[in-house]
Design a protein around this ligand. Structure first.
Ligand code: PMP
Length: 345
């Protein structure tokens, strides 16, 4: 059993949270003179619900997770930053992250003056739980796992993740930004079993709503309580809450787009390993492919000249020579396949 008190930053544990006007009053009223707003109704004159109850109820139904186990933020990036600010003492604590993986874990660690211990993935980009568990000590508060992993595209081995959840003394974050594209089940079903688990998801990928900026963290009500204690009072705007509700109403549309993306992913992968390309394509459980093209810098610049932007991952650990290519519309995928036929090597 984890002791949350031992994991939370001392100042955060001891502080009294800010209580906003809309936090303090919950009943029915017709005149609101409590929050120094402009009284004339413009649809935007009132502060939004600080705890986003209606949206959380919708997400709760969709995901089968209690609202008390849900935190919503300005993208999952907000949740990543909050994890450092809630649990890691600057200049003292450490965080473990896999390498290569999503860059924001390290950026947020640096921003918070928290040491990163990077654990190299093995040659097939998979996880060795023992390598992580052996780094566990009193100062290591959190490990970040990303599955499916960005930029490699693969899901991490579930048994290895469970081994870490069972044996690591701190918090285990599983970033599931790409879970909707995956053949593997989410770890949301394991929340009750593991009190040290935090699952991150987002509306930015499969749900097609990156502009809304809506990220989700799922964890025990105690961990979510810590996030709520330190978040900005009105961290998700009213337009974002409304737009998110509208997007979630249209699950059918998401499923249809997802079907096309998965079909196109397979088509792109198949084409790119065959002549005339003969590239190495890493197996993907996400909506992108990591493709070893040879001279990635040349290929990247050549594609830009054709008006096509991909992500050059040449300088990323274990990704030399690689481009990360997002699966686009069928027309866009045709365009990149055409452009890649004639890259100078
Ligand atoms: N996690 C991973 C693995 C990502 O790739 C990204 C976006 N590139 C994020 C989190 C951030 O997502 P959001 O838009 O929800 O902040």
């Amino acid at each position: 059993m984890i002791s949350l008190e031992k994991l939370v930053r001392r100042n955060v544990w001891n502080m009294k949270p800010y209580s906003s006007a809309r936090n303090e009053f919950h009943g029915e009223a017709s005149v609101f003179l409590d929050a120094n707003e402009n009284p004339w109704n413009t649809a935007y004159n009132r502060y939004p619900d600080p705890l986003q109850i209606q949206l959380k109820e919708r997400i709760s139904k969709l995901k089968g997770v209690e609202t008390s186990s849900i935190f919503l933020g300005n993208g999952s990036d907000e949740a990543i930053d909050l994890i450092f600010r809630a649990f890691c003492e600057p200049g003292m604590d450490c965080a473990i992250m896999i390498d290569p993986s999503y860059g924001m874990y390290e950026v947020c660690a640096n921003l918070n003056n928290v040491e990163c211990k990077k654990v190299l993935l093995n040659s097939n980009f998979d996880l060795d739980a023992d390598k992580i568990i052996e780094l566990d000590d009193n100062w290591t508060k959190v490990v970040f796992l990303c599955s499916p992993n960005n930029p490699t595209g693969n899901s991490l081995n579930r048994n290895e993740i469970c081994k870490i959840l069972d044996r690591f003394q701190g918090l285990v974050v599983i970033d599931e930004a790409y879970i909707d594209f995956s053949s593997q089940p989410s770890f949301l079903s394991e929340l009750d079993k593991y009190p040290n688990l935090i699952v991150l998801q987002t509306l930015s990928k499969a749900w097609g709503a990156a502009a809304i900026r809506l990220g989700m963290a799922f964890a025990s009500p105690e961990i979510i309580g810590v996030f709520n204690k330190i978040k900005y009072p009105y961290n998700v705007s009213k337009p974002s809450q409304e737009a998110a509700l509208a997007v979630l109403e249209n699950e059918k549309n998401m499923r249809e787009e997802l079907r096309v993306i998965l079909y196109e992913r397979a088509r792109l992968e198949k084409a790119l390993v065959e002549p005339p390309y003969m590239f190495k394509v890493y197996p993907s459980d996400a909506n992108f492919l990591l493709v070893e093209v040879g001279n990635a810098n040349n290929a990247y610049n050549y594609l830009v000249k054709q008006g096509i932007v991909v992500r050059n991952r040449n300088n990323v650990t274990m990704c030399r020579g690689c481009l990360r290519i997002t699966v686009g519309t069928p027309e866009e995928n045709k365009m990149i396949l055409n452009a890649l036929k004639s890259i100078p090597l």
